[in-house]
Design a protein around this ligand. Structure first.
Ligand code: ADP
Ligand code: MG
Length: 268
């Protein structure tokens, strides 16, 4: 049996009459770069929200094994618990504190994870000062890793789209996650920035050992980075396989027919 970080079985999620996920079964192996693709409205973000405890599917099971042999059930646990268990994510729409610097945005991620809240930051005793140094060092390491060290002290609002996307990845990594879920990380970026992002995603896995789940519209990027893919259409998994298998799959070609522009355009 392979070692799975996420084991999703027969998950169905409904909103009133809308079926967002229909009997979805998915295995995410430890250390794998796995992608979820599909047309707009297919259920990709709903799946992320279900994996992270934000949505609560009515049927099925989601088992998270942040550590091998220590499974927990995701459904019914809050988003905070899943994050604390080792799952970090970025959002489809960029979320950062634009009035803060690049450095501050990443440091907040590191501190919130360690439970040093705003109060802790104000009541700086000797212990928290030591923590402070540790989170400063970690923040700079991460900024260097994502190529933003030189822009540590600029306001994040002034960063290019590509740099903002890398900042969000650094912020996700600040919690030292086991798994990082990226929801359309290349949205709004130009071709050169997409290449940088592809390289960064590979390095996150190769150098930091983080398991990666990627939602991405850009076919070129997703096919170059993902080792395996699941294709969603109207909430159902219609195909799974390697990039080569997916490209040749008639059901996938059919699902994308007539929507070829949405594959390469910026995400909505
Ligand atoms: N919070 C919600 N309330 C109602 N419907 C939702 C909610 N979240 C997602 N949906 C519905 O689920 C379907 C899938 O949406 P989504 O997961 O965002 O798709 P994708 O990310 O693939 O574009 C859509 O029909 C969407 O309207
Ligand atoms: Mg989405």
């Amino acid at each position: 049996m392979s070692d799975l970080v996420f084991d999703v079985k027969n998950v169905t999620l409904r909103f009133g009459g809308v079926v967002s996920l229909n009997d979805v079964t998915m295995e995410h192996r430890r250390g794998e770069i796995l992608a979820v693709i599909g047309p707009n409205g297919a259920g990709k973000t709903s799946l992320f929200n279900s994996l992270t405890g934000v949505y609560r599917p009515q049927e099925g099971t989601i088992t998270l094994s942040a550590r091998e042999g220590h499974p927990i059930s995701v459904i019914g646990r809050g988003a905070h618990r899943i994050a604390a268990a080792g799952v970090a994510r970025t959002f489809q729409a960029s979320r950062m504190f634009s009035a803060l610097t690049t450095f501050e945005n990443v440091k907040i991620g590191a501190e919130s994870h360690r439970g040093i809240g705003a109060v802790g930051a104000m009541l700086r005793g000797p212990a928290t000062r030591r923590d402070e140094k540790a989170s400063d060092d970690k923040t700079m390491e991460l900024l260097e890793f994502v190529g933003l060290k030189d822009q540590a002290n600029v306001l994040s609002a002034s960063l290019s789209y590509g740099a903002r996307r890398r900042l969000e990845i650094a912020r996700g990594l600040a919690t030292s996650p086991v798994a990082l879920l990226l929801d359309e990380p290349a949205a709004g970026t130009n071709p050169a920035e997409k290449l940088e992002l592809a390289n960064l995603i590979r390095r996150v896995r190769d150098e930091l050992g983080v398991t990666i789940l990627l939602i991405e519209h850009d076919m070129k990027l997703v096919m170059s980075v993902a080792e395996r893919l699941y294709v969603l259409n109207f909430g159902s998994v219609i195909a799974t396989g390697t990039p080569e298998e997916i490209r040749a799959n008639p059901a996938v070609i059919e699902a994308y027919l007539g929507s070829s522009e949405t594959q390469t355009s910026e995400a909505s």
